[in-house]
Design a protein around this ligand. Structure first.
Ligand code: MRU
Length: 348
């Protein structure tokens, strides 16, 4: 990620410490936070200091490595595994929806189990595995960028929802990666950034990223999507994904579903961009994807929230877009159709 003249990753690991770009502070302040224990890393995921499926996954993997580092060298296999298992449960319980989190902790856990003869071996193996996950996440984003770029034509209006860019992965991103590649190739296009509620990630994060890349864009209220489509200002939509079911249904930031339905009504292609790590072959359809509900406090400031005392506030973080609304899923293996057969073929 380009910030000024420097290249940053959203998350990285060095000598037992996890480094994160503090996404609470953007776009006002660019700050790196250090997390030295797995408990602190789990809290950073839960509180959304780091967010976005890929970035959560990479961070979770590093968090589990920190748990292995915290084990004294004299521990025997059973004690080591019991401590790391507890840490895995803590990390797994931070956020339920993004598949990438569980994908990463499962991989690191398997590496620990296979090397639990000594704590030293488990440390080395877990770190190696977590670093591979980070590298694969970055490479998948880059490839998705190159594949998705071909869909972008001169002077297109493109809508994206939420943030599936650099900040949602360790680098590059998914939905925004094709835009970065197209920009580097000299293509001209305009981006409309949604998600101004519930968390304003379109306004706070996507607009900040696009600004850094000098890509022309506008932040729009989520309620503008239909009207913009009706006015023919949008020729394509690309969004990210937090989890993709075996039948091609997609969980993404709340509000995605209505954009997809509006796109169908207006005959606009709706693409999802995601790495294979986001697919969950054990989940048959979107109905089974766990949808996170966050505190109502996040929707309103304190004064406002107090005034709503007599109301129930429900803050859903994600929704499900049924596969039938999706033109294609841009992955590191190519653009695949959102159906069971195509997904099965590409996952095996
Ligand atoms: O709640 P978040 O910010 O962790 O949710 C993730 C998202 O920002 C979006 O849903 C995104 O489009 C998919 S993550 C690559």
């Amino acid at each position: 990620m380009r910030v000024g003249k420097k290249h940053y990753k959203t998350v990285w690991f060095s000598k037992g410490t996890v480094y994160l770009i503090d996404q609470h502070k953007l776009p006002f302040k660019f700050k790196i936070v250090r997390s030295r224990t797995y408990q602190a890393t789990a809290k950073a995921i839960k509180d959304m200091v780091v967010r976005g499926a890929g970035a959560i996954g990479v961070t979770a993997g590093f968090g589990l490595v920190q748990a292995v580092y915290a084990c004294p060298l004299y521990l025997k296999r059973a004690a080591l595994l019991s401590r790391v298992k507890k840490a895995k449960q803590t990390i797994d319980s931070t956020r339920p929806t993004a598949r990438n989190l569980f994908y990463a902790t499962e991989r690191v856990w398997e590496a620990v189990k296979a090397n639990a003869q000594s704590v030293l071996m488990a440390r080395r193996a877990s770190e190696r595995e977590a670093l591979s996950i980070a590298k694969e996440d970055e490479e998948a984003g880059k490839t998705i960028g190159m594949i998705g770029e071909k869909l972008i034509h001169q002077n297109m209006g493109i809508m994206t929802h939420c943030n599936a860019g650099w900040l949602a992965f360790s680098d590059w991103g998914t939905a925004l990666a094709p835009l970065y590649v197209a920009k580097r190739k000299g293509k001209k296009f305009f981006v409309f950034c949604n998600e101004t509620r519930p968390r304003s990630q379109g306004a706070n994060l996507t607009a900040w990223e696009l600004g850094n890349e000098a890509i022309p864009h506008a932040v729009v209220a989520d309620t503008s999507a239909g009207s913009l489509m009706q006015q023919k200002r949008i020729q394509m939509i690309i969004v990210g994904a937090d989890r993709i079911a075996a039948n091609g249904d997609v969980a993404n930031k709340i509000g995605t579903y209505q954009v997809a339905v509006l796109a169908k009504e207006n005959n606009i292609p709706f693409y999802v961009a995601a790495p294979l790590a986001t697919f969950d072959k054990h989940i048959k359809s979107g109905r089974q994807i766990p949808i996170e509900k966050r505190s109502g406090n996040e929707l309103f400031n304190r004064k406002w929230f107090k005034a709503l005392q007599k109301s129930k506030v429900e803050n859903f973080a994600f929704d499900i877009t049924p596969a039938r609304y999706i033109k294609g899923i841009i992955t590191e293996r190519g653009i695949i159709r959102a159906n069971r057969h195509a997904i099965q073929k590409n996952l095996s």
